[in-house]
Design a protein around this ligand. Sequence first.
Ligand code: MLT
Length: 324
Amino acid sequence: MWKMIAAAFAAMLATASAAAQDYPTQSITIVVPFAAGGPTDTVARLVGEAMSKDLGQQVVIENVTGAGGTIGAARVANAEPDGYTLLLYHIGMATSATLYRNLPYDTLNAFDYVGLVNEVPMVVVARKDFEPTDFASLVDYVKANKDTVTYANAGIGSGSHLCGMLFMSTIGTQLTTVPYQGTGPAMTDLLGGQVDFMCDQTTNATNQIQTGAIKAYVTTAPKRIAALPEIPAAAELGQKEFEFGVWHGLYAPKGTPAPAPAIERLTASLQLALKDPVVLERFGALGATASTAEEATPAALKAKLEAEIARWKPLIEAAGVYAD
Ligand code: MLT
């Protein structure tokens, strides 16, 4: 009897191991919780394309928008933990844990971690005929016209929302905010003059700034970025509190096959993707910094998420800005 049980158990382990070795055997979906054409989407498509080459399976990007990215995050939190549904989400994974007091998932227990992907500075940009010509005149103009100036963001919990919250607390003024499903569509309205200004990630704004299609005033990077050498960094203007990076992480639903062969395979593929020449060239041209192999690990992403939740919680509570 015991021999039969042992044989069955060995067969089960062998099957699991074989499945683990075969993973992936079908296309993988990366859920992007913001609209197509925005910075999160850009990062996901670049990294997804490189991972697809390594994994030998198609990587499909699915945009699931709304509520600052938390609707897409919820989709993955509730997905089958089979290694075929992933989430690429940025700093919003951390800030939404405080901003949304009724999140439909437990941020620190609903996901397995694949690894950190990159970090992207933000840049304050405006429609090209917006009157202010530099950051100082932008602050003065916005204060003087606070009832008419409009600020675009990608919903509470987005990077553009967080940057706007810091900007408004810096100038001590609340502004009319226009929410979008992502800064892709927000950029369309900025280019069309339907909205006055916003914070956007450099991955989305750099080309428009370089062509003069929009104005730029300051970046949230620690120093000037090569892609935008003429744009001052916040610290240069004495705005050190305005310095932060939008970091992106790749996640899977909690319980993705253990002993996590899918996670190990995905982490290795992500690390390879972050060395891909095309990915590195595009990241560099757009002001993004790829995570190192040490950062593109489950432990590093888990540590980053926990640290960022702790960092932003008091700032958000002090601002008293909640989504519900
Ligand atoms: C953000 O504001 O968080 C991002 O720009 C959202 C997006 O990728 O569209």
